[in-house]
Design a binder for this molecule. Structure first.
Ligand code: G3P
Length: 217
């Protein structure tokens, strides 16, 4: 399973990248706002740091303008993935940009039928939003499962990029189902290391070691 980091904060990406945890990065207009950075500049910096796919989202809502924005974003670096919303215009732009050989991430996916359309339009990645479905008392994991079955039934190569991941359990469930990629905020990825029995066991080992009076170095 590939790990993408869902942030535009360079320091946070660099920390995880140093550990080999970053296969790619996803951003969106809200994350660009949070970073306080210029989208073109910060996307370039991220692409210089991370060799994997780096999603940068268009903000136009009409297909021709989306295509123009997508082309401009794709000029930043060869690993830019143009992120497009799952609207009819977004699908038109997806067809054109993927036809030009650009990587495309179709985002704001909330149904399996939407994911089916994105795959047929040539999307490289489909981003189903798990957390936002859970927010309205639907089951985001059911959507990941449905898309997995449908894509496997017909051999679609579009990668399932589980997004709006809010917890370590979301990562685990996505991995169990067979999502190709998860994108998560750095704090969620870092929280995966936590286990109370690890903390308890380490405390015991440290206490016993102190009683031996030994040093390793
Ligand atoms: O990858 C999509 C993500 O940024 C949305 O997450 O937590 O705002 O629903 P969230």
């Amino acid at each position: 399973m590939k790990f993408f980091v869902d942030t535009a904060e360079i320091d946070e990406i660099a920390e995880l990248h140093d550990l080999g945890m970053v296969d790619g990065v996803t951003t969106n207009p809200s994350l660009i706002l949070k970073s306080g950075r210029d989208i073109l500049e910060v996307t370039k910096e991220i692409c210089e740091l991370v060799p994997g796919p780096v999603s940068a989202e268009v903000v136009a809502t009409e297909a021709d303008a989306m295509i123009a924005e997508g082309r401009k974003l794709a000029e930043i670096a060869s690993n830019v993935t143009v992120k497009l919303p799952l609207t009819w215009d977004g699908l038109k732009a997806c067809k054109v940009l993927s036809g030009e050989g650009k990587m495309v991430n179709v985002t704001l996916c909330f149904s399996a039928n939407q994911a089916l359309l994105a795959a047929k339009a040539g999307a490289t990645f489909i981003s189903p939003f798990i957390g936002r479905l859970d927010d309205i008392n639907l089951d985001g994991m059911d959507l990941i499962q449905d898309i997995r079955v449908i894509y496997d039934n017909y051999g679609f190569e579009t990668q399932i990029l589980a997004a709006s991941i809010r917890s370590a359990n979301h990562v685990l469930d996505s991995a169990r189902i067979g999502a190709d990629v998860i994108t998560a905020p750095p704090k969620v990825i870092k929280s995966m290391v936590n286990h109370p029995l690890t903390d308890k066991g380490l405390a015991q080992f440290m206490a016993d070691w102190a009683k031996t009076g030994q040093d390793i170095l």
